[in-house]
Design a protein around this ligand. Structure first.
Ligand SMILES: Cc1cc2nc3c(=O)[nH]c(=O)nc-3n(C[C@H](O)[C@H](O)[C@H](O)COP(=O)(O)OP(=O)(O)OC[C@H]3O[C@@H](n4cnc5c(N)ncnc54)[C@H](O)[C@@H]3O)c2cc1C
Length: 408
C-alpha cells in the first residue's frame, strides 16, 4: 500500500519551510516537502542581495494590503527574531529597522530552517500538476507521474513572478481546478519603465531625493530614498514601494522626482540665487553643478526652456521659478512595470476563501501560505515576515488538528 503522509507541503520556499519546521517541532511525523526545483529555499538565498532582510522591527497589520486580514496571524506569530532564535539563528537590526541574520548571510537563514527539519522528507525536481481530495485523503500528482498521498496539504507554491526561483504562477491552476477563488497576480516591488528619451542621458545615475506617484494627476503616495536611473527604468527601493500602486492603465500614472525634498519652493529659490551669486558669469550648467549631477542639470534646464550654456547672470525671475519647480517636481511618464525584476506579486487566493488559520473554508485539510495568499507589503523585510508568519500558522494548525485527533 502507498505511504500516506500526515502533511505534504507543496513548495519548499520561505513559507513552506517555516510550516515544515513548525509542524515538525510540534511532533508531527511523516512530513514531506514537494519542490519543483533541484533544491529547496533557492529564492531565500537571493533575498536582500544575499543577506536576507528577513523582517522589520516595526511590523503591523496596516503595512499589509490585499483581501486577507493578517492581524490575528501577525499577533500570534510574534517576532521573526524570536522564531529564528528558537532555531539557533541570531539577528541584527540596521538603522532603518530592517532585520538580518547576524552573519548577514542568507545561507544562515536557509541552514537554520533546514537543519531544524532534518526528519522532513524532501522530494525535489517534483512539480505538482494535480491536486484533489478523495475520502479525506489528498492526492498530489507530479509531472514525473508520481502520486503522493497525505492527510493535510499546505500549499506554499509562491506567487506569479521570478520563474528562475520556481514561481511562475502555474501552480495556481491546481487551486482553480478545485474552484478556489484566486485573484489574478501582478508584479510588484519592481522598477518602473519610463521614457527612453528622457532616461538616455541619466543612465547609471543614483541620486537621493523623494519620488511621488500620481494617477490621473492625483497624488497617491510619496517615498524618500535613493533613486536609480537606467536606460529604460527608474528604480530603487522607493520606486519599488510605489510600483505596488500601479494597477491600471500605465499611461495614467506619472512619477514626480523631487531632488530637494527638505526645502520649500522659496527656500530652493533662495539657494539657487545664492549659487548664482557664487558662480556669477558661469553658464547655468556649471552654476547647477554645485547642487546636482550634470546630466540631471541638463535635462532640468532643458525642461525649463533654458539653454545649458547661457550665462546665469542673465537669469530672470520666471526662469528661476521654472527651474525650482522642475527640480522639485520633474515628471516621468510610467510606461510599465518590469516583471522580470519584480521581487513579489500581488494577488493570490482571495482572503474570504480562508479561515483564521489559512485553511481553505471549502476544502478542509488544505492550507495556503506566503505569496500564494492575496497579501502583499512594501520592501524592508515585510514580505518574508509574512512568509514565516503564515507558514508558522498553517504548520501549527495542522499539528494541533493531528494532536486533537490523537486525543479523541
Ligand atoms: C531577488 C529577490 C529578493 C527578495 N528580497 C527580499 C527581502 O530581502 N526581504 C523580503 O521580505 N522579501 C524579499 N523578497 C520576497 C520574498 O522572497 C518572497 O515574498 C517570499 O520568498 C515568498 O515566500 P513563499 O513561501 O510564498 O514562496 P517562495 O519562497 O517563492 O517559494 C515557493 C516555492 O514553491 C515552489 N513551487 C512552485 N510551484 C510548484 C509546483 N507546482 N510544485 C512544486 N513546487 C513548486 C517553487 O520552486 C519555490 O521554491 C525577495 C524576492 C526576490 C525575488
Amino acid at each position: 500500500m502507498k505511504e500516506i503522509f500526515n502533511l505534504l507541503i507543496l513548495g519548499g520556499g520561505a513559507s513552506g519551510l517555516a510550516a515544515a519546521v513548525t509542524a515538525y517541532e510540534m511532533n508531527v511525523k511523516k512530513i514531506a516537502i514537494l519542490e519543483r526545483l533541484p533544491r529547496t529555499g533557492k529564492k531565500i538565498l537571493a533575498t536582500g542581495n544575499g543577506r536576507c532582510n528577513l523582517s522589520h522591527q516595526n511590523i503591523s497589520a496596516p503595512d499589509y494590503q490585499g483581501s486577507y486580514d493578517v492581524t490575528g496571524i501577525l499577533e500570534n506569530f510574534g517576532s521573526a527574531e524570536a522564531f529564528f532564535e528558537n532555531l539557533g539563528l541570531y539577528c541584527r537590526t540596521d538603522e532603518q529597522g530592517r532585520i538580518y541574520p547576524y552573519s548577514m548571510s542568507a545561507n544562515a537563514v536557509l541552514d537554520a530552517l533546514r537543519l531544524q527539519c532534518s526528519g522532513v522528507a524532501e522530494f525535489c525536481n517534483e512539480q505538482a500538476v494535480k491536486l484533489f481530495c478523495k475520502n479525506r485523503i489528498w492526492h498530489i500528482l507530479t509531472e514525473s507521474g508520481t502520486e503522493y498521498l497525505s492527510r493535510f496539504v499546505i500549499f506554499s507554491a509562491g506567487g506569479t513572478v521570478q520563474p528562475k526561483f520556481g514561481t511562475d504562477g502555474t501552480a495556481f491552476r491546481l487551486l482553480e481546478n478545485l474552484n478556489i477563488p484566486v485573484i489574478q497576480g501582478r508584479p510588484i516591488l519592481c522598477p518602473l519603465l519610463s521614457d527612453k528619451k528622457l532616461l538616455q542621458s541619466l543612465k547609471g545615475l543614483r541620486v537621493k531625493g523623494s519620488v511621488s506617484l500620481y494617477y490621473k494627476n492625483k497624488l497617491l503616495k510619496s517615498e524618500t530614498g535613493e533613486i536609480q536611473f537606467t536606460e529604460r527604468t527608474i528604480s530603487g527601493i522607493c520606486i519599488f514601494n510605489l510600483s505596488v500602486l500601479v494597477k491600471h492603465q500605465f499611461s495614467d500614472y506619472e512619477i514626480s522626482v523631487n531632488l530637494f525634498p527638505e526645502l520649500t519652493h522659496s527656500e530652493l529659490l533662495l539657494r539657487l540665487r545664492k549659487c548664482r551669486g557664487e558662480r556669477l558669469g558661469l553658464p547655468y550648467e556649471d552654476m547647477l553643478s554645485g547642487l546636482m549631477q550634470k546630466p540631471l542639470a541638463r535635462i532640468i534646464l532643458n525642461k525649463s526652456g533654458i539653454r545649458t550654456n547661457m550665462s546665469c547672470v542673465r537669469a530672470s525671475q520666471s526662469q528661476f521659478s521654472r527651474l525650482a519647480e522642475n527640480c522639485q517636481n520633474f515628471r516621468f511618464p510610467v510606461l510599465g512595470t518590469v516583471k522580470e525584476q519584480a521581487q513579489a506579486s500581488a494577488g493570490g487566493v482571495a482572503g474570504d476563501a480562508l479561515d483564521e488559520h489559512l485553511q481553505v473554508k471549502s476544502h478542509p485539510g488544505l492550507y495556503i501560505t506566503g505569496e500564494a495568499v492575496d497579501v502583499h507589503a512594501p520592501c524592508g523585510g515585510y514580505q518574508l515576515h509574512w512568509a514565516w508568519a503564515s507558514g508558522y500558522t498553517a504548520g501549527k494548525a495542522v499539528a494541533e488538528q493531528i494532536s486533537a485527533e490523537k486525543n479523541l
